[in-house]
Design a protein around this ligand. Structure first.
Ligand SMILES: [Zn+2]
Length: 394
């Protein structure tokens, strides 16, 4: 054998495994199929994506509906696309289209097991979005024992909150509760809602039971102590009312401003109004961020006269000057001024007042929703106990 032939043979022997490997890959990756699949990603899919980026959900839904028509043979792709399209329809407010589509999907022989539960869940969301809350509730209740139990319970909880069905809300939150998320704030607030309603009806025993349940769920629930104080006061137990209101200091002192007037009234009903005022002044000095200056000034005026009231409020405002304080301070000083200075002080006070109206409010710490009125349940983000308990400059 010639040297050249030997070399050729050696090359062949060396390359043999490479040829085998190439054959192996060729058998598994049909490049033509890969290219074909790349080419068959429907253009409607891209234009739908583009419309979504532009926040044009209506156009995205139309494009996606066309893609679904083209993908009839591919049941998994059709299923996934239907779920996305359903969400898009809901966002556009086209709930009837979403309902019809998900109902049709349920009739498909491929929609079984987990897939079926998912479609039922989506259908429930369509009903809720369309205002058919009873039908939605029925569907979600049927999903409580399956794979979509957590999601279904979360929607049910929002339905019960919306309907103010607090007992159902408690039960649902308890079934959702686990180590990482205990729902203790929510559960105590639901009990407080029931306690408040019972108190309005003068069902004192019932109100007391709900307050105790609220405190058992969250012993730091200041609202429960506020209701307990109101309950005791209504039943003529002023001492117990004082105990309930003042216990808020240990729970979360930021909420003390909300009971200032009531605490004073409880002391007053025992003939100890001076002591009540001193307690409020003590709170204001210890916790300067509390909204207590208004009630302190009013009661000081009543008990000690104008000069003393002006002095008390002056001290408090100077310790923590803010817009409200400056407005009040100008108000108490204005009567002693000469007519020319009084006119200027009135103007300044007017400017400060306009600023207060615009920028001193309660604010949700979660979503930053601002309001002149305090809410335990934020109307914007539906979270509980997220409002600042004192008005702040926003
Ligand atoms: Zn909020």
């Amino acid at each position: 054998m010639e040297n050249a032939d030997i070399a050729l043979l050696l090359v062949l022997v060396v390359l043999l495994p490479v040829f085998f490997a190439m054959g192996w890959f060729a058998a598994r990756i049909d490049m033509k199929t890969v290219l074909k699949q790349a080419k068959t990603v429907p253009t409607g899919f891209y234009s739908g994506l583009d419309a979504l980026v532009d926040k044009n959900t209506g156009k995205a839904a139309r494009n996606l509906a066309e893609v679904i028509d083209q993908q009839r043979g591919n049941s998994q792709a059709t299923y996934d696309l239907h779920l996305i399209l359903g969400k898009l329809y809901r966002q556009c407010g086209e709930n009837d289209k979403a309902i019809a589509m998900h109902k049709a999907l349920l009739e498909s022989p491929d929609t079984v097991g987990e897939k079926r539960e998912r479609v039922l869940y989506e259908l429930g969301l369509n009903f809720k979005s369309a205002g058919l809350v009873d039908r939605a509730e029925q569907l979600f209740n049927g999903l409580k024992s399956g794979n979509m139990a957590k999601e279904a319970n979360q929607v049910l909880l929002s339905i019960y909150e919306q309907d103010r069905d607090w007992q159902q809300a408690v039960d649902t939150a308890q079934s959702l509760s686990h180590d990482e998320q205990t729902y203790q704030f929510e559960i105590s607030q639901f009990y407080c809602e029931m306690a408040q309603a019972a108190l309005f009806r003068n069902s004192f025993d019932e109100a007391r039971q709900y307050v105790q349940a609220a405190l058992a769920a969250n012993k730091k629930c200041t609202r429960a102590n506020m209701i307990l104080g109101d309950l005791e006061q209504k039943q003529g137990n002023a001492e117990a009312a004082i105990a309930a209101y003042t216990a808020i200091e240990k729970q979360n002192h930021a909420y003390l401003g909300m009971v200032g007037e009531k605490l004073y009234d409880a002391y007053q009903s025992l003939g100890r109004e001076r002591e009540g005022l001193d307690v409020l002044i003590g709170y204001a000095k210890t916790f300067p961020h509390l909204d207590l200056n208004g009630v302190i000034y009013e009661k000081s005026l009543l008990l000690h006269g104008e000069v003393a009231a002006n002095q008390i409020i002056g001290e408090l405002v100077r310790a923590k000057p803010d817009l409200n304080g400056v407005y009040r301070l100008l108000g108490v000083q204005i009567s002693g001024m000469s007519p020319e200075r009084k006119a200027d002080a009135d103007m300044i006070r007017g400017v400060v007042d306009r600023q207060i109206q615009k920028s001193v409010m309660y604010r949700c710490r979660y979503c930053h929703f601002k309001s002149k009125v305090f809410f335990w349940h934020c109307p914007a983000c539906n979270k509980w106990e997220t409002f600042t308990p004192n008005k702040i400059e926003v």
